[in-house]
Design a protein around this ligand. Structure first.
Ligand code: NAG
Ligand code: NAG
Ligand code: NAG
Length: 313
């Protein structure tokens, strides 16, 4: 009798233990999970021979099926064993749009973001949409990392660049985004949520002239529970994915160059965060899949990479 009770208690204990462990681990909403049985040295040598033979199929197949951390390891092994720079080697065998997306996949996330911000602010004119998209959707901790990498890579403070390249309300909003920690309060103000939802919706639909600083202020300062009542869900500390769904769809009507840059930017940087959710919401909103739109609008190896990033259909 005693031992039966004991056994039942032990079973309950282990069941609870496993359950608590499962709940403690955040669910993965990305589309590119770590590759099982990963071996950086065998990948690096396959990659090296594929580069020598200009076998783009193999290059693509390896790099899209590894997550970013694994790609960094492959890169390190490739460079130490061949004595060559992987980015340079790939540039010599890949062309245009495939090259752009593959090189994006090879940058650690903070480097990719710093690169995007640099490209958006360099030269004549500033790509304000990119500044908003990157800064509004990254967490506070990620932004601190981006600032550090930006300084290392470009020898300039990101804040100074933003002050030089933008003006007025918009500058103030961007600077707030660089330095604001999200409200951690979990109590929801329903009246505020309704007002925010209207502003977010109008900005997402491109209705009228959205007040950018108000829009950004909402996305960066409201707590997770507060934002979700306005229809903008969060994963951890980041905004997701309604805003991005609108953005991807909106961009599919833009010119080729803009559209491809945005597709690469969004698919690469969300592929290990919440792209699965973006894919699901896209289907619910537009009654067709993101995969179908990518298939319809792109071709060749470039299409293969994008489809792989979109995950299972
Ligand atoms: C990885 O692959 C190499 C050959 O490419 C092999 O020598 C090595 O044992 C493998 N490592 C592991 C941990 O399987
Ligand atoms: C946007 O909203 C802010 C704060 O509500 C206000 O100070 C600013 O003047 C508004 N900007 C425009 C262009 O309406
Ligand atoms: C594919 O693209 C063409 C031209 O942009 C469009 O007319 C057509 O409706 C699209 N098909 C699908 C299935 O989205």
């Amino acid at each position: 009798m005693f031992s039966a009770v004991f056994i039942v208690l032990v079973i309950i204990y282990f069941w609870l233990f496993v359950k608590v462990k499962e709940e403690a681990k955040p669910k993965f909403y990305g589309t590119v999970p770590p590759y099982p049985n990963f071996n950086a040295s065998s990948d690096a040598s396959v990659l090296q021979s594929a580069i020598e033979k200009v076998d783009v199929d193999v290059i693509v197949a390896i790099l899209v099926k590894r997550n970013n951390e694994q790609r960094q390891k492959i890169k390190a092994v490739y460079e130490s064993s061949s004595g060559k720079n992987l980015v340079k080697s790939l540039k010599s065998v890949l062309r245009s749009d495939v090259e752009d997306v593959i090189l994006a996949l090879l940058m650690p996330p903070a480097h990719f973001d710093a690169f995007l911000l640099r490209r958006a602010t360099k030269g004549v004119g500033t790509d304000e949409d990119v500044l908003v998209e990157v800064l509004a959707t990254r967490s506070y901790a990620e932004i601190q990392e981006i600032k550090k990498v930006f300084k290392q890579e470009y020898q300039k403070e990101l804040e100074e660049v933003i002050k030089d390249e933008t003006s007025g309300d918009f500058t103030a909003a961007l600077l707030a985004m660089l330095n604001t920690k999200r409200d951690q309060n979990t109590v929801v103000d329903m009246e505020l949520a309704r007002k925010d939802a209207k502003i977010l919706f109008e900005a997402g639909e491109g209705i009228g002239k959205a007040n950018v600083s108000t829009f950004i202020n909402i996305l960066t300062t409201r707590s997770g529970p507060q934002l979700s009542k306005s229809g903008a869900a969060l994963t951890g500390d980041r905004v997701t994915p309604g805003l991005l769904v609108h953005l991807v769809h909106f961009l599919s009507y833009q010119g080729h160059g803009t559209r491809d840059e945005a597709l690469i930017r969004i698919l690469v940087s969300r592929s290990e965060v919440d792209l699965q959710k973006v894919v699901e919401e896209y289907r619910a909103m537009f009654e067709k899949t993101l995969h179908e739109d990518v298939m319809n609008d792109t071709k060749g190896h470039y299409q293969k990479v994008l489809l792989a990033l979109c995950g299972p259909n």
